[in-house]
Each structure stands twice: as C-alpha cells, then as structure tokens.
Design a protein around this ligand. Structure first.
Ligand SMILES: NC(=O)c1ccc[n+]([C@@H]2O[C@H](COP(=O)([O-])OP(=O)(O)OC[C@H]3O[C@@H](n4cnc5c(N)ncnc54)[C@H](OP(=O)(O)O)[C@@H]3O)[C@@H](O)[C@H]2O)c1
Length: 248
C-alpha cells in the first residue's frame, strides 16, 4: 500500500487502448495506479493527455518480454512508489500469419511479449505479495486463446498459455491471500480494432450476439472489480467478456 493506504496497481502496456481505460477506471476507483510503458514517444504523449484529463499516473519503462528489464522496472516502482499489490499483465502484441508463412521471429515475439512477460513480471512481484499475504494478479488473455483463430497460432498459444499459468499459480498461492485470474476479452473498440476495414468489422460484429464491439471501459470495470478486496474468493477463474461471441 502507498502512504495514503491505497492499494498500488501496476498495469503493463498502460499506454495502449485497453491499458489506458484500465488506468483511468482503477484511478477513479481509488487505487494508486502506476503504468508500464515501452515506447518513449508514446509515453510522453500519453502522460500529457492524462494530466490534462486530471489523472496523475506515473509511468515506468520496462520491456516486459525481457526478464531483467521487467525486474528492474518493478524494483524501481517498489523503491519510488511502494509494493505492488495488484499486477495487471496487459501488454501484448500480434504478429498474424498462417503457420506455413510464420517466421520464427514472429512466433518468438508473440510468445515473449504475451506469455513470457507474465512470468517475467509475476516472478518479481510475487515474493513481496507472499510476505504481505495479499495480492491480485490479473492476466489479460483473449477469446482467441479460448477458441483459436485462423492466422494466430502464436497469439492463441500465448493467450491459452496465460490461463494455464493462472490456474496453476492460483492453486500455489491460494492460502496466501493472493488471487490469480484471467480476463478473456472478445473484440473491443480500440484504435487497433477500429482500423480494421469496415467490411471485415461488419463480419466480426455479425458473430457477436450483442451486435456490437465491447467498450474499453467494460473490460476496465472487470479489472477494477477483480483488483478489489471483496473478490478474495475468486481465483483461477477465466472471465469471458465477449458479448456472447464464444460461449461454452
Ligand atoms: N483490443 C482488443 O480487442 C483485445 C481483445 C482481446 C485481448 N486483447 C489483449 O488486451 C491487451 C491490450 O490490448 P490493446 O488492444 O490495448 O493493445 P494496444 O493498444 O496495442 O496496447 C498494447 C500495449 O502493450 C505495450 N507493449 C507491447 N510490447 C511491449 C513490451 N515488450 N513491453 C512492454 N509493453 C509492451 C504497447 O506499448 P508500445 O506500443 O509502446 O510498444 C501498448 O502500450 C493485449 O494483451 C491484447 O492481446 C485485446
């Protein structure tokens, strides 16, 4: 906790579409939010915009695909802000292509950024959580990790792997006041998704029983819910948030 007894939440990939919404929601809900950034130019612009909107959120550099870089970032946060109570493993990338054409680099980049990052960050915050007997780890997976997706063997494997990690770690730390959960969003109206050609977007929306894309605030609300004290009996779960696109 920080000096004002606020829980400290670290959101990786904070400058992205979902990360930004998560930071805002958590901040409004009274958490002490710190964000992780990757690209400096993006971070400067983000911080300026957030300040203008009234959000005072510190950003820390870290390449979460790299174990040492993630460790240095977390060490810095704990020294300058305080212990991380909640870790939101949100940073992620796609490098789509059929396996026949997929390069080893595209495979490795996606596995390292989406899956190994979960190990790289969690490994550095977990000892402190164990010591304090409190922690919330929230892994942002995807509907495509649950059902598979053409052209996404790398992404689907990484996202499915995240939930395997969630289930196993949830068992290991259940008695220590630490919960570990996965959120699997469907198609959310981020800039990335909105940039998809209109015809394809229409086809995607047609597969969603709710008939629309999800809002970033809807995913952010679920993150804030799972970060709260009251969710202490929820662990090892995978929350689908996809408008009914994939039910099972
Ligand atoms: N949008 C959707 O519809 C959707 C659906 C399901 C799941 N998701 C998942 O939700 C998460 C957020 O997605 P988004 O739509 O918000 O994507 P986004 O806008 O592209 O944001 C991704 C964030 O991750 C950061 N990042 C990438 N590589 C990194 C690294 N090596 N180290 C640290 N940060 C890194 C990016 O920073 P830089 O740009 O500076 O590299 C960016 O801030 C991802 O894990 C994604 O797979 C999204």
């Amino acid at each position: 906790m920080d000096k004002q007894n606020k829980r400290i939440v670290l959101v990786t990939g904070a400058t992205g579409g979902l990360g930004t919404a998560m930071c805002k929601e958590l901040y409004k809900d009274g958490f002490h939010v710190v964000g992780n950034y990757h690209t400096k130019e993006k971070a400067d612009k983000w911080q300026k915009e957030m300040k203008e909107e009234g959000f005072d959120i510190q950003l820390f550099f870290g390449d979460v695909s790299n174990f040492e870089s993630a460790g240095e970032m977390i060490k810095k946060i704990e020294a300058e802000v305080g212990p991380v109570d909640t870790l939101v493993n949100n940073a992620g990338i796609t490098r789509d292509g059929r396996l026949l054409n997929m390069s080893k680099d595209d495979w490795n980049a996606v596995i390292n950024t989406n899956l190994n990052s979960v190990f790289n960050c969690t490994k550095h915050v977990l000892p402190g959580m164990v010591e304090r007997k409190f922690g919330r780890i929230i892994n942002i997976s995807s509907v495509n990790g649950q059902r598979g997706q053409f052209g996404q063997t790398n992404y689907s494997a990484a996202k499915a792997g995240m939930h395997g990690f969630t289930k196993s770690l949830a068992m290991e730390v259940a008695k220590l006041g630490i919960t570990v959960n996965t959120i699997s969003p469907g198609y959310i109206g981020t800039d990335m998704v909105m940039a998809v050609p209109e015809k394809i977007l229409t086809q995607i929306i047609a597969q969603v029983p709710l008939g629309r894309l999800g809002g970033t605030h809807e995913v952010a609300h679920l993150v804030s819910f799972l970060a709260s004290e009251e969710t202490s009996f929820i662990t090892g779960a995978n929350y689908s948030i996809n408008g009914g696109q994939h039910v099972y």
